[in-house]
Design a protein around this ligand. Sequence first.
Ligand code: PGA
Length: 240
Amino acid sequence: MDVVIVKNYIEMSKYAAGLVGECIKERDQPVIGLATGGTPIGMYQLLVRQYRAGLLSFKHVRTFNLDEYIGLEPAHAKSYHRYMQEHLFSHVDIPPDQTFLPDGIAHNLRMECRRYEKLLKKIGPPDLQILGIGENGHIGFNEPGSDLDSGTHVVRLAASTRKANARYFQSLENVPTHAITMGVKSILRSKKIVLLASGDRKAEAVRRLLEGNPDPDFPASALYQHPNVTLIADEKAFYS
Ligand code: PGA
């Protein structure tokens, strides 16, 4: 695992946007795996800025998101569909039919997982997968103790994840209890993985990650099975 330590959130976002931009420019039909949450927002802002400056086009890009809450309509203010519209898709020239997220309101969730995994295999795997890290070491919504050998599946969110994400909802009760997530196995198929960590809230997770011990109770440790992972951590996430 390569480790890049940068000064702060802005520098982390710049570094990550640079890698995404490069990946898009180098390929005719790039496939990018995207993450949601607070961490990648700055990166998306910079990508939108590059697009507006005429430096980057998303016309031929296809994107796969890691996860979606179960029970939230795409238009719901807190769904990841909506997050992606607000932070990236509606600001750039990506055709809507080239953006893929799991459907959190599918009638048959098991079929939906199968559909998404098939699509990932057909169109993907991502040339570059962006990841955040949960304070509990989750990647996507693969929570501690989850099967590290799984494809896209339904998960019950850990109490700590619901608590961490309650800041985006009106109250803890409003945070969905389940989600669909790409599995660790699906994530590890990506050609390159970029893991972002910012702020002292993530310092414990970064410290544990860098211990390098494979541990099903710390899903991010599975990233050591991949030959091309770069962790971009800011000073607070690294030194706190
Ligand atoms: P955050 O979430 O970016 O909102 O901190 C990251 C994650 O839980 O994967």
